[in-house]
Design a protein around this ligand. Structure first.
Ligand code: SF4
Length: 219
């Protein structure tokens, strides 16, 4: 799989676009360049991500937040990006929104959080908790795709609009698509609200409850 090579090429094209180029015939990679295929175990992939400098988020991160959980999980949760607590601990979804996610999993799906796998669209924290740029999200996408390939979840819950957008390619508002299971190539995708949105808008908890009950029914 040449996802990492594609991400490098994409990054270069974004840079050229920012410089005002509309078209380039640049040949970025040659046959004698090192093999950039991503490794086939989560541990090796985690190790590789720790040394990743594919996008600018590497400059400001404290730690790469690769993801954690059951490597054979039936269900995977994908959020947007690590926040400040995650950046300093190296773990995804801790603090208040992490507690909210844990409650969502344990109170509705009735399984321990450790039975699931949890990660984000980008593995490094954007400064000021900004939304990751398309260039950053695309640079990091090969890691997520490889995680999905290795874990083989039956269901992925996209937490919030950004996660949904980069998993589905659809720009629809999360309020319109949440609760609707979508068939992807190898898994079912359930878009729902991000736990941090629930902290700001507690009235949306009932919607997430409904969405997760559907997920529970599919498990
Ligand atoms: S966000 Fe992803 S692509 Fe960017 S430096 Fe971190 S691991 Fe690499």
């Amino acid at each position: 799989m040449k996802n990492l090579k594609n991400a490098l090429l994409l990054k270069q094209l974004y840079l050229l676009k920012q410089l005002g180029y509309n078209y380039t015939s640049v040949t970025a990679f040659k046959e004698d360049e090192p093999d950039l295929t991503l490794p086939n175990t989560l541990e090796k992939l985690r190790k590789q991500s720790r040394e990743c400098h594919l996008c600018d988020l590497s400059k400001s991160r404290t730690q790469v937040v690769f993801g954690e959980g059951n490597e054979d999980a039936e269900i995977m949760f994908v959020g947007e990006a690590p926040g400040m607590s995650e950046d300093s601990s190296g773990k995804p979804f801790i603090g208040k929104s992490g507690d909210m996610l844990t409650k969502m999993i344990e109170n509705v799906l009735l399984i321990p959080r450790t039975e699931t796998y949890i990660t984000n669209i980008v593995k490094c924290r954007p400064a000021n908790n900004a939304e990751p740029s398309p260039s950053e999200a695309h640079s990091c996408h090969p890691y997520l795709l490889k995680q999905i390939e290795l874990i083989k979840p039956k269901i992925i819950v996209a937490l919030g609009a950004t996660a949904y957008h980069y998993l589905s390619g659809d720009d629809s508002p999360i309020s319109k698509v949440r609760g609707n299971i979508q068939e992807q190539h190898r898994y079912k995708l359930m878009p729902t609200y991000h736990p941090s949105y629930l902290l700001r808008n507690p009235s949306a908890k009932k919607d997430v409850l409904e969405d997760l009950k559907i997920v529970k029914g599919l498990m």
